[in-house]
Design a protein around this ligand. Structure first.
Ligand code: ATP
Ligand code: MG
Length: 390
């Protein structure tokens, strides 16, 4: 799939932009602070309904718009797909009326002209983002890894995102109830009302994650040795939190069996959950581990090794999405050339050339391998404007 046209109004430092984009390699180059990352952020927003770096949506609205009557950011795109019809998507972000003090915003989503919920948009335009911050997937906290699993699965499986939302709602209610039980304002028996919903949604999420990680492993088995000159072997392990009742190789394959196992896990941690006032079993506590030639990369990997593992993971994600959906996602590569050696740049770009569209940023044309320059459409990014040069 590919983004054929992108329109921005008061998004970040883009006051107004309307640009047609070709397929293949699209090179966005320009000096620092001109709008390269903002451009990729807009496309990522249309795919996932979220920014990959803003802490609040308000940051996405152009500063200057706040001096106008309607400080609204609008991002819209025309997308062409191989496996489905043409797609028009639009997201509007506007300050919530009456919420000037808190800075809260509202988001309105339209798909082909019709107002939709976020769950209906995710998965329509699929993207994989590569950024230097990906190293946090390996070096950072489990939360970043769970987010990775959620974004990847949500883009290929609409039921995943819906189930995750149900699970999170139940979890919040159950945690509130656990605190009441701790304070003796509710009985331990009352927790039973949430059990069916919790274990059923948890089982779906866990099995989906396990299947995805198995598929990612099939891809990194080929990708990682290629990136490291056959020096290193990478294995990803999915570690669901099941109170020690099952490890990944012996995870039940059938949903009903996993539901039973989750119920037993809940019995096991019951008293501790009450004492702590929070749920201790389930996908909100899952993690991933990355083993390089058998050693845990989070603990033992060098910075360079961690970075390469993250890169393999993203390359695997792109291949995984293609296999799952029958078409390449749009690839967004932000600033990753500058941290790769020439050999790896060639490997990475070479491996992604088949994709329908690959948008890549660079501050310097010299960062870009010359053999790919002839195949790239070049756009110069300057102060929130794009100019096509070749
Ligand atoms: P670098 O090469 O340093 O990564 P970049 O071209 O990727 O630079 P961006 O991150 O896209 O730069 O940011 C471009 C500019 O957008 C920055 O100067 C930033 O201050 C500005 N900017 C960010 N948010 C807003 C906003 N809400 N309104 C106006 N400008 C903004
Ligand atoms: Mg940038």
């Amino acid at each position: 799939m590919l983004v054929e046209r992108l329109r921005l109004v008061n998004f970040r430092n883009y006051a107004r932009l309307d640009i047609s984009l070709p397929g293949g390699i699209v090179l966005l180059y320009g000096q620092n602070a001109q709008g390269k990352t903002n451009f990729l952020e807009a496309i990522y927003l249309l795919a996932t309904t979220k920014s990959f770096r803003a802490t609040a949506d308000r940051e996405l609205i152009h500063w200057l718009a706040f001096s106008q009557d309607f400080p609204i950011a609008r991002v819209s795109a025309q997308v062409s797909r191989r496996t489905a019809g043409p797609l028009n998507i639009e997201i509007i972000i506007a300050p919530q009326s009456g919420a000037e003090a808190t800075g809260a915003t509202v988001k309105r989503i339209k798909v082909n002209g019709v107002v939709r919920r976020a769950v209906d948009l995710v998965g329509q335009l699929r993207v994989v983002l590569f950024t230097p911050a990906d190293i946090e997937l390996v070096a950072g906290s489990p939360q970043a890894r769970r987010r990775y699993l959620d974004i990847t699965n949500s883009q290929v499986d609409p039921k995943y995102l819906r189930t995750l939302q149900v699970y999170n709602r139940i979890l919040a209610q159950r945690n509130a109830l656990l605190r009441q039980v701790r304070e003796r304002r509710a009985s331990a028996e009352s927790l039973a009302v949430w059990e069916d919903g919790l274990v059923e949604s948890a089982a779906y999420i866990i099995l989906r994650r396990a299947r995805t990680v198995a598929a990612l492993n099939d891809h990194v088995r080929l990708i990682h040795p290629r990136l490291t000159g056959r020096q290193e072997h990478l294995r990803i392990e999915y570690v669901p939190e099941l109170a020690g009742l099952a490890k990944p190789p012996e995870l039940p394959q059938a949903e009903a069996e996993l539901v039973d196992l989750l119920r037993r896990a809940l019995r096991r941690v019951g008293p501790r959950e009450v004492a702590l006032g929070m749920s201790l079993v389930g996908p909100h506590r899952d993690d991933l581990k990355f083993y390089l030639n058998g050693a845990d990369t989070n603990l033992y990997g060098s910075r360079g090794q961690q970075r390469t593992v993250a890169l393999s993971l993203k390359l695997a994600e792109a291949e995984f999405m293609r296999a799952e959906t029958g078409e390449w996602p749009v690839l967004l590569l932000d600033d990753i050339l500058s941290e790769l050696d020439a050999e790896r740049r060639r490997h990475v770009l070479g491996g992604l050339l088949e994709a329908d569209q690959l948008l890549i940023t660079a501050t310097d044309l010299a960062d870009f391998p010359p053999e790919f320059l002839g195949r790239a459409a070049r756009f110069r990014v300057e102060a929130g404007q794009l100019t096509r040069e070749a």
